[in-house]
Design a protein around this ligand. Structure first.
Ligand SMILES: CC(C)=CCC/C(C)=C/CC/C(C)=C/CC/C(C)=C/[C@@H]1[C@@H](COP(=O)(O)OP(=O)(O)O)[C@]1(C)CC/C=C(\C)CC/C=C(\C)CCC=C(C)C
Length: 406
């Protein structure tokens, strides 16, 4: 099975894989971004709290844009796309009805989706179970996205990672472009190609995830939280943006599309920050420190301290701040789950509650994330599932009684 995931870069003969620019921002002015926020999205306020990047509070006349602002532009673009494609989709569905898909194509596609489901079941059992609650169409689309993300992550994190070059990532991006244009390379790509043709999923978060992998190839330190935030967006916030169009927003939701995307982004960031805090020791052994260097210095800590891996009071106090910030992102994410379609809420609550408990486990380990791996035991995991289910149900029942959120 893992062979499937590892064999992801297949240089095509005669194909010209031109290097493409990796991360282009939606051209929106700072003023526009701010006015959107004042209409109901809390992204800037939320992130400019205790730990916000210094650039946000800069008083200079034309300060450089922070990562939060850059990423927020992607959020706005994704949200706009949903509104736009809602209209187009009505037309597409009518077109599809008139077509009779050849049996062969349909069968191949079903096979491809089923394989994605198998990969998902093997790599993320709990999450897979959660997807079984979704409608069959949504479920298989989430599987297809999951598999593409997993394969992308495997490029820099899997056993073949040492052979991965920026060129290989350029080829992976070229394949991505092709599958979005309806020319998939293999069956997993075919499943995703079908998914992106059916849902208002934009290519930008996918490209940004590849950019995150490029970042991993060339960078092992993060100057401040602004830099780390951007990295977290690339590798995990993007997953939230990819998933929402498929999971769907509840028809009765009164929240703005932007605020739901914002929550999804926050969940990705929260998950990744948690991942980073859990894996400090493991990453240090690979020479990597995914912690803001300026905050480490303020706490009187150096890279050496991380490599030595001793739990001191300075370290505990530093970790408390980092955990607090990760929880702030989880809190922000929680606000959006209720706005998702009924069947999508449970898997999201489940993944949120499970991941959040890793933070509790770091605390229970007395902040020793150098030699102990924080994890959520089977019993706690199982106990979280009905809790997640109840939260999802409560979201549904309170929705009708609640006034509009934004
Ligand atoms: C319902 C649901 C959770 C859907 C997401 C499904 C999906 C497409 C997942 C892809 C995950 C993946 C393979 C990402 C590749 C990059 C990566 C590895 C990111 C890290 C995940 C943890 O992975 P890993 O397997 O390495 O972890 P363990 O070592 O096993 O612990 C990340 C930390 C990020 C994952 C990010 C998400 C799952 C984003 C979740 C956000 C949403 C689903 C949006 C929810 C919507 C609202 C409104 C809140």
């Amino acid at each position: 099975m893992s062979g499937v995931l590892l064999w992801v870069i297949c240089p095509k003969e005669n194909a010209s894989f031109a290097a493409t620019t990796s991360y282009s921002l939606v051209p929106k002015s700072r003023a526009q971004v701010r006015s959107h926020n004042s209409k109901g999205c809390s992204r800037l306020n939320f992130s400019s709290g205790v730990f916000a990047a210094a650039s946000l509070s800069s008083a200079v006349a034309n300060p450089p844009r922070s990562s939060v602002e850059k990423v927020y532009e992607v959020v706005l673009k994704q949200a706009a796309l949903v509104k736009e494609q809602k209209k187009e989709r009505a037309v597409d569905v009518r077109k599809e009805k008139g077509q009779t898909d050849s049996m062969t194509r349909g069968d191949l596609l079903n096979g491809a989706y089923n394989r994605c489901g198998e990969v998902c079941a093997e790599y993320a059992k709990t999450f897979y179970l959660g997807t079984l609650l979704m409608t069959p169409e949504r479920r298989r689309a989430v599987w297809a996205i999951y598999v593409w993300c997993r394969r992308t992550d495997e490029l820099v994190d899997g056993p073949n990672a040492s052979h991965i070059t920026p060129k290989a990532l350029d080829r992976w991006e070229q394949r991505l472009n092709e599958l979005f244009e309806g020319r998939p390379y293999d069956m997993y790509d075919a499943a995703l190609s079908d998914t992106v043709s059916k849902y208002p999923v934009d290519i930008q978060p996918f490209k940004d995830m590849i950019e995150g992998m490029r970042t991993d190839l060339k960078k092992s330190r993060y100057k401040d939280f602004d830099e780390l935030y951007l990295y977290c967006y690339y590798v995990a916030g993007t997953v939230g943006l990819m998933s929402v169009p498929v999971m769907g927003i509840a028809p009765e939701s009164k929240a703005s599309t932007e605020s739901v995307y914002n929550a999804a982004l926050a969940l990705g960031i929260a998950n990744q920050l948690t991942n980073i805090l859990r894996d400090v020791g493991e990453d240090a052994r690979r020479g990597r420190i995914y912690l803001p260097q300026d905050e480490l210095a303020q706490a009187g800590l150096s890279d050496e301290d991380i490599f030595n891996g001793k739990v001191t009071d300075k370290w505990r106090s530093f970790m408390k701040g980092q955990i607090k910030r990760a929880r702030m992102f989880f809190d922000e994410a929680e606000k959006g789950v209720a706005e998702l379609n009924d069947a999508s809420r449970w898997p999201v609550w489940a993944s949120l509650l499970l991941y959040k408990q890793i933070l509790d486990s770091i605390e229970a380990n007395d902040y020793d994330n150098f030699s102990k791996r924080a994890y959520v035991g089977k019993t706690k995991k199982l106990a979280s599932l009905p809790v997640a289910y109840c939260r999802a149900l409560m979201d549904g029942s309170s929705k009708f009684a609640k006034p509009a959120r934004s």
